[in-house]
Write a new protein. Sequence first.
Length: 316
Amino acid sequence: MLREAVDQLPAPLRLMAGYHYGWWDSTGRPTPGRSGKGLRAALVLAAAAACGIVGPTVVSAAASIEMLHNWTLIHDDVIDADEMRHGRPTVWRVWGSDAALVLGDAMHAMTIRMLLDLPAAQMAEAVDRLETVTVELCRGQYEDCLFESRPSVTVGEYMQMVGGKTGALMGCACALGALCAYADAATIGAFDSFGRELGAAFQAADDVLGIVGDPAVTGKPVGTDLIRRKRSLPVVAALESGASAAVDLDELYRSAAPMTNTEVAQATQLVAACGGIDWAQQHAQLRAQSALAALPAGAATAELAALTQAAVRRVQ
């Protein structure tokens, strides 16, 4: 379904989209084995299966969610000036920022077109949920950008931002799966809550990888978040810890000079010394448990449990 949607894009955009998904290189030559995790699409399918139905409309919703997620990644790479994704240059590094932004806009349009396969009643609610979540994503992205210029950020403020930037989309994925399986409103709401909690767990784990992840596995340079002085969850928790090392970490983060490799290593040690990494890992596990507890009775399938653990115990 994703490939069908990408094939409908004009040639230059189709090339860029397929490159982003890892299907081919910048010249269009196939690159087998390269692809993203597809977690959000898997959540749509697993939620529908937990409600007893998986069919063509569920697949359309799963593809739509995956397309939405990926156009936000393309825009995020431009905003964050990230040069690498999955071990190769990002779209904007190959074709430029303007082209990347236009591609993201076109992919946003395709997220809605893919929902046109749903029955009329479901389609209206699905589109409403998807576009409502898009606004939440934009709010979360704005706050994330704002945090980089603020002298301090609390854990509470950070988690509110994550609720929009990450939790909202995963909640929507799970809600759409239940919706496509003709679940009632209460069940759809419970799956939305499950996805939002899982999104918080996923982001906590992702933030840990942003500091101590293996570049050979994550596809990004080591310490990327620290180099940008990004206030990710381990950093925010470390700065709030009250530990003596937090003073040195705060001083590093307040400096306007580019962070050297030596300072990145020092910052990593300081975050760990303040307990920020351990705290974020524990928080990921707690939110994962909260996610499973939010599911309706009998809906905690083995597949949803496996996806939950994959979100917090991943390596990329």
